[in-house]
Design a protein around this ligand. Sequence first.
Ligand code: ATP
Ligand code: MG
Length: 363
Amino acid sequence: MKNIILTADRPTGNLHIGHFVGSLRERVRMQNETEYDDLFVMIADAQALTDNADNPQKIRDNVMEVMLDYLAVGLDPQKTTFCLQSEITALPEITLYYMNLVSLPRLLRNPTVKTEIGMRGFDKNTGVPVGFACYPISQAADITAFKANLIPVGEDQEPMLEQTREIVRAFNRIYKTDILVECKAMLGRNKESMRLPGTDGNAKMSKSIGNCIYLCDEPDVIKKKVNSIATAPRKLEEPGDVENSVLFTYLRAFCEDKHFEMFYPEYANLKELEAAYAKGGLGDGKVKKFLFDVLNDVLTPIRERRKEMSKHIPEILEILKKGTQKANQVADNTLHEIKRAMGIDYYSDNSFAEEQIKKYSNK
Ligand code: ATP
Ligand code: MG
């Protein structure tokens, strides 16, 4: 079986450190260290419009921002195909056929969609846009159009992948085919990375909430955001709670032993720091200082590469255009196979015409 990797990001803002540990770091690792036949990274602008229909300019403005973030973290145009969702014409058509395979109650049971509906604050009078409620189906179209089987994503995407697998199984069963491929999530390195909380303590760092440390943030901004993270009030000598601390959650997602050598030689590794904090006597100020140093160490090369890349906009535009052309071909081929399996490829050859002529000539 082929290994085809695909992921997408909504161009609703700059990418943040949650994206980095939840998905981007895994994509770069897979790009550089694994064997695969194709790796697609899609800018999901059509999906972003499902809850931003009144603000297409925001989506347009963020396409290049997201491209710069991709290149800054080390996604390499030689190894990765970048593409723009709304320009891939087969996707909405595939979505349309999949819509018949999913029931409305099943769609609305999706826990991530439920949480997001709560967060988005859609207009009380008009309610949830149909396009938003259906985005898991269009995501199934994205994944299956490329026959992707490996999807590096955060934990919030698991229900989308489950929905995709259900559609794949239903399609293959009903239309007696095996053209569609089941996918699986490639989750981040630990539970903290799979769903990084926001700087406000919210369960998920998310562009739409604005509780983010962005990959392009300057050091003074990172410092301010780290210092603003709320910590549980306690006396210095009292034991600290490492499990529920956002500071330690970030450290578990980001820090490596080398960071202790570089910035905090009193401790050899995170286990030792956690033990000291849990015992009592170690203040949050010191942990914040260390966390800033760690984040800044990880983000500085990304920020610098991003600045360098922003001098090459014409080349980046060309990379995205070329990638989208390639993606269009792949998705068109799959659409063709889908229509053939469903028996609605009327004009791809003469079989429909011949069948009808034969049928009526016998009457
Ligand atoms: P929006 O608020 O517009 O939905 P977002 O911050 O949730 O934006 P997406 O573009 O929806 O970002 O997600 C892109 C990818 O990043 C997905 O694979 C998602 O699982 C992952 N991701 C997003 N936020 C986090 C997070 N806080 N922790 C881990 N992974 C995340
Ligand atoms: Mg999201």
